[in-house]
Ligand binder design. Structure first.
Ligand code: SF4
Length: 645
């Protein structure tokens, strides 16, 4: 373990906010935490664990005892490509199932999982320029407040009336862009992170929006802000990054920049597509194998029932269809070469407007609702940013709701849209965010509560048919845009992700499985290694799309030149494992064990009926063998309990 001396690169200051007592204090960062847990997500995991180990399990993530932390890492605001990603950690509201649930075999209560969310834009780097590594927020304010983190100081400020609208008789924060504009006028040059109406209304999959369209998206960070009466955090400062050895950092920085550029220039690397198509190249790859894929057939359709559908329909929402409305690059602060985001514009029609191109996951999960209207997808993506709704969980919840409506289970909740009804889906999005009606209230809650409500008063035995429609059952976050039936390794990544079932970002296996990886031990080891590696990427303040090897030279020398911390490949990898295992231990405390990991939504056991993966479904026996190997790879018990790292 490296010596615990104060590291350069970090600001070395944490802000502790107690909203209940309306106090804000600034304390030196713990240098030992910065070494053992690296930064960003890792340090936040340690700070969350300190809290939960003292207070015991948090049974209500919307209660004042939830802690939410926003922050950055040593590399943030340096010239390293993609060094603009920040971290937000909390106990999530969507991935929970606290009440008995007869539709889950052997159900055990899960009270909310430790969740990390990453966002880019300018906010994370501006928070660093304002003088802080982490802002740790506890308690609940007795009236709406916001935080100003400006040039080394932190203030809790009463939220101005201008930040609110009256909508359907309720006072809710205005759309994210209006709040951002208002606060940018108050603090010139500032960057703002804000809750939307959805978070204020405790929608369990509400996000936080930074810089208009960057989000701490998954898990319910917006709902946690709303539960704390916290409207926004505004950051501004001019502090420059301090280096242990600025000359050496510059030298290694040039080397790394060349490596990243070379990966983008190589047409055999997937990084080469990103500047043009962003993440949307995955649409074509998942549909028919274009963009270095093998055969496609795994773009989800009709609530994950299929992975293939009519190519003429697909053309309406393909990679090219979204390229046709794309404009200039619109990227995160400090992004270089990879440049995955573009502006977008729909010129005419009911969905005309300016914004950004939606991401692959958003589009894929709305195709899973059989929505084939590109302009409507663009419009709903912009609405999600304004209202503070996670596009991915929204897509999963809507696909389930459409199936429930198709089967007649939602009649008592009003006008639910069916598959393919884009206008109805956009209407329901607003109903959810503003809690406008019974349907909006129902769908804005974590799925096990929604299942219980739909089942109340239904015929005896109907509850299992209802639960079968929702792949988000038993505390699911919602599967991402790769049909889980086609890839056993990816299903393992989905099933074991620390932030909840369905998350795709903690491990990603598609290229490896398309390349032939298929034995249970190999899949398990690949997933476990990916999870530890991703914990490091998030803890370094980098983007998933950074292409260099972060546990090898010249990266280790660059990090040492920045911070003075001399990791070896082994010691840095050990940090990634330590972070991931710590999160798992907190999740064990919150009720998670193998029962949660092993749950397979019933519809995912029904084989695909067409396409390149015809006949494939999640195989329960094989999945259980991968789970055994997965726990072995981590050194955890076969019941999924993590020991001390
Ligand atoms: S590659 Fe995309 S998400 Fe990553 S830092 Fe650049 S613009 Fe942001």
């Amino acid at each position: 373990m490296p010596d615990a001396k104060k590291a350069a690169g970090f600001r070395g200051r944490w802000a502790w906010i107690d909203l209940t007592n309306r106090t804000a204090r600034v304390e030196p960062a713990d240098p030992g935490y910065c070494q053992d847990y690296v930064g960003g997500r890792g340090v936040q995991a340690r700070l969350l664990a300190d809290h939960l180990e003292k207070t015991g399990p948090l049974k209500n993530p919307l209660g004042p005892r939830n802690r939410i932390i926003i922050g950055n890492a040593a590399l943030n605001d340096t010239v390293v490509p993609t060094a603009g990603r920040g971290s937000c950690s909390f106990v999530g509201t969507m991935a929970r199932s606290p009440q008995p649930a007869a539709w889950v075999p052997g159900h055990k209560p899960v009270y909310g999982l430790v969740t990390h969310s990453s966002a880019g834009g300018l906010f994370p780097n501006m928070l660093k320029r304002a003088g802080f590594d982490q802002v740790i927020i506890d308690g609940r304010a007795d009236r709406p407040v916001r935080l100003e983190v400006v040039e080394g100081s932190v203030r809790i400020v009463d939220a101005e009336d201008d930040l609110f609208d009256e909508v359907q008789g309720r006072r809710v924060p205005r759309a994210a862009s209006l709040i951002t504009d208002f606060l940018a006028a108050r603090v010139k040059g500032a960057s703002t992170l804000t809750v939307g109406p959805a978070g204020w209304n405790h929608v369990d999959f509400a996000c936080l929006t930074a810089d208009y369209h960057r989000n701490f998206g998954r898990g319910g960070a917006g709902a946690v802000f709303g539960s704390k009466n916290l409207v926004a955090v505004t950051a501004y400062g001019k502090d420059a990054v301090a280096y242990e050895d600025a000359e050496a950092f510059k030298r290694f920085g040039v080397e790394i920049d060349k490596l990243v550029k070379a990966s983008v220039d190589d047409p055999n690397r997937t990084a080469s597509f990103r500047p043009t198509t962003g993440t949307t190249w995955w649409l074509d790859r998942a549909f028919d194998g274009r963009y270095l894929g093998v055969k496609g057939g795994y773009l989800p359709w009709h609530n994950f029932d299929e992975g293939a559908f009519d190519p003429a329909d697909y053309a309406k929402v393909s990679t090219d269809a979204f390229l046709a409305i794309s404009g200039k690059h619109h990227v995160c602060n400090k992004c270089r070469h990879i440049f995955c985001t573009r502006s977008a514009k729909v010129e005419a029609g009911p969905y005309a407007g300016d914004g950004v191109r939606p991401e692959f996951e958003t589009i894929a999960l709305w195709i899973n609702c059989c929505v084939l209207d590109r302009d409507a997808i663009f419009h709903m993506n912009a609405l999600c940013n304004e209202l503070g709704v996670d596009t991915m969980t929204f897509g999963s919840v809507m696909a389930g709701a459409m199936e429930l409506a198709e089967k007649g289970f939602l009649a008592k909740f009003g006008n639910a849209p069916g598959f393919g009804d884009a206008a109805g889906m956009a209407r329901t999005l607003k109903d959810i965010a503003y809690r406008s009606n019974d349907l909006g209230l129902l769908l804005g809650r974590h799925s096990d509560r929604a299942i219980a409500e739909v089942a109340a008063g239904a015929a005896p035995g109907a509850v299992s048919d209802i639960a079968k429609c929702l792949t988000t059952a038993y505390g699911g976050l919602g599967y991402a845009g790769i049909n889980p039936k086609a890839f056993p390794g990816m299903f393992t990544a989905y099933g074991t992700s620390n932030r909840g079932r369905g998350d795709h970002t903690y491990a990603w296996t598609i290229q490896a499985e398309e390349g032939g990886l298929k034995e249970s031990r190999d899949l398990a080891a690949y997933v476990a290694e990916g999870q530890a590696g991703k914990a490091l990427v998030d803890s370094l303040g980098l983007c998933d799309f950074f292409t260099g090897d972060i546990t090898a030279e010249p990266f280790l020398s660059l990090y040492s030149a920045l911070t003075g911390i001399g990791y070896t490949p082994e010691s840095l990898k050990a940090c990634g494992r330590r972070i991931y295992a710590l999160e798992r231990r907190m999740n064990n405390l919150q009720g998670r064990d193998r029962t949660y990991d092993a749950f397979i939504p019933p519809k995912l056991k029904v084989p695909l009926s067409r396409g390149a993966h015809q006949g494939q479904a999640v195989d329960e026996a094989f999945y259980n063998s991968v789970l055994d190997a997965y726990y072995d790879a981590w050194g955890w018990s076969r019941s999924g309990i993590a020991g001390k790292a």
